[in-house]
Ligand binder design. Sequence first.
Ligand code: TXA
Ligand code: MG
Length: 351
Amino acid sequence: MKTLLLKVDAENPDPTIIQTAADIIRKGGLVAFPTETVYGLGADALNSEAVLALFAAKKRPLDNPPIVHVADLKEVGRLVLEVPPKAKVLMEKFWPGPLTLIFKRSSLVPKVTVAGLDTVAIRMPKHKVALELIRQSRCPIAAPSANLAGKPSPTTSQHVYEDLNGRIDALLDGGATDIGVESTVVDLSVDPPMLLRPGGTPYEALKKVLGDLKLHPFVEAEQELSLQQIRSPGMKHKHYAPKAEVILVEGKVSAVTTKIIALTESYRLDHKKVGVLATDETQSAYTADVVKSLGSHSNLATVAQNLFRLLREVDAENVDVIIAEGVSSEGLGLAVMNRLRKASAYHIIKA
Ligand code: TXA
Ligand code: MG
């Protein structure tokens, strides 16, 4: 299959270009598109065949359902059994934006779209290209992140191209995404609500609105969860795994730096090529083969924005090990640490 590349202005998307992409969605095809978090790979959420093709293109296990994207609050009503009052509050306050809500689903949603579950994940993205694509397609769009399963999520069209060129019908290139980590997933089919995946909407902001919001153990897990603990299919799948072995070092910045220097030396004595994911504050202290800064400890939004791109960039240098510096779990740091811990397959060293 030849993948059609469509350049589009993120702020002022040309309706005729979006129409070309929307026609592909309406015919059951697959289109990758930018959102404010990461690129998504879209298909008509109500077309089972199209959604099956989506799983195949990504090589994604069929038991891990994608998020259904809407452009209008009215769309939600026909996809769900009920909109609980707490969901209404969150939708009004945080949509469009990086927040996915889990509802009890209606029978309109095909089984493959929800991987056989009786719930559905829905979000309204805050990106003009994504919203226009959904509107012009005149259907809700099922869209997981537009990477091959197990790879870091794509924050540029180049990442999508690397993973999916020749496997999808079209790619809308709207430049780099803003937030850099995926949406926060909150389950509202239970009470009190539970945060299943930390992401672009900080836990603190949600907690302020909801009062009571549980954190699923997965969010801060430092080891693989048991099967009974799993509440979201994505929790059991390998994720964000570069080719290299990843080690995460957590603790106070000075102790972490000392530990990473020591680890680098011992790996190099073993003739291993070492990459370090550092921060602005510590970057100059490291002498590894490849050193990249995620940003400053005092600006976790930048760290989130750079995370997946730098994981890919360091990996492309064919290092044997990537040693990453941990950051604070406040704000977007909670999502960053969740992704880094998972990328390391829980190879975590406390400095
Ligand atoms: O920012 C994002 O959320 C991006 C952009 C494209 O919107 N999308 C994204 O989708 O990250 P994906 O498919 O890579 O992640 C969806 C997550 C998975 O962890 C999945 O297990 C979970 O949401 N999920 C989907 N449906 C669910 C459900 N009914 N109950 C619990 N978890 C669900
Ligand atoms: Mg994903």
